[in-house]
Design a protein around this ligand. Structure first.
Ligand code: HEC
Length: 256
């Protein structure tokens, strides 16, 4: 009797999985739901990275103590980010034939970028102030927070890191992120740059979760490098990282 109920339960689960395209890989929204969620997640990570790279390459302008309008508006950042994004993806962030949810989420991310740049014009243009603290990581966090305010029930983008590298408490990895970072992304045989993805849940809701590893490049080490413990320009102790070490993870969740 008990066996039978379990059996029926399994059938129901398999039917449900097939309907969602998980087991069959049958087209849902043109491709399987997992494939589409993966693409959406990677596109969100790519636009975030592109915009962050614009903030990185404009640090000298941002930190120029000569004030006045520097022209680093949200539209300008998006224009430059689009060039980087196009190079990485072969299409602009928004394009014809795009999955509607992907388009909606990318649009929200663009809106978040515009809002963060608008909010920080006074800081960026401040007269007589050198280092502004408007570094790519801060910009990225603010964009992700705005994004959450716009689409938090649909998706979440967060930049996190292995627990011992965390600077801002808001970036602390959750239990799932901590486990996958330790067991997979940091394991010796994990291929460098390979993305981790899993249909699991977040806050009790089913979600397709994607982790995109990021490694320290030479430009990161003035703040995150050696000697470990020395205070960097932003006031945080350096992590003692080396070029090529896993420095962080972009964690994207698309709720189902
Ligand atoms: C000018 C100093 C500076 C440089 C250069 C820098 N970072 Fe950071 N990084 C910071 C600061 C400050 C924070 C904390 C941001 C915040 O408040 O959210 C941070 C946060 C992070 C985080 C989020 C997790 C956390 O600790 O809060 C990651 C991941 C990260 N940095 C990776 C990198 C990588 C990768 C590079 C190079 C591509 C880089 N950083 C370059 C200063 C820097």
């Amino acid at each position: 009797m008990r066996k039978h109920r379990i059996w029926l339960h399994s059938i129901a689960a398999i039917v449900a999985l097939c309907a969602s395209g998980v087991l069959t890989g049958l087209p849902v929204r043109g491709q399987s739901a997992d494939e589409q969620d993966m693409e959406t997640a990677l596109r969100l990570a790519s636009l975030l990275r592109s915009a962050r790279s614009v903030i990185a390459s404009n640090q000298d302008l941002i930190n120029d103590p000569k004030g006045g309008d520097k022209g680093l508006t949200g539209d300008h950042v998006l224009e430059l980010a689009t060039v980087a994004y196009l190079k990485a993806n072969g299409t602009p962030p928004l394009h014809d034939g795009q999955d509607p949810q992907e388009a909606r989420l990318i649009e929200a991310q663009m809106q978040a970028i515009r809002a963060v740049m608008a909010d920080n014009q006074a800081t960026i243009n401040a007269d007589g102030v050198g280092f502004k603290g408007f570094v790519p990581a801060v910009f990225g966090r603010l964009v992700n927070e705005k994004f959450a305010g716009l689409v938090g029930t649909e998706a979440q983008v967060k930049v996190t890191a292995p627990p011992d590298l965390i600077r801002n408490r808001k970036a602390i990895p959750d239990a799932w992120e901590t486990r996958i970072i330790a067991d997979d992304l940091m394991s010796q045989d994990w291929p460098k740059g390979q993305v981790y993805a899993e249909l699991t849940d977040l806050g009790g809701k089913p979600a397709y979760r994607v982790l995109v590893p990021e490694y320290y490049s030479a430009g990161c080490l003035s703040c995150h490098g050696e000697p470990k413990g020395e205070i960097d320009v932003t006031g945080y102790p350096k992590e003692g990282g080396r070029e090529g070490d896993l420095g962080g993870v972009i964690s994207i969740s698309i709720f189902r």
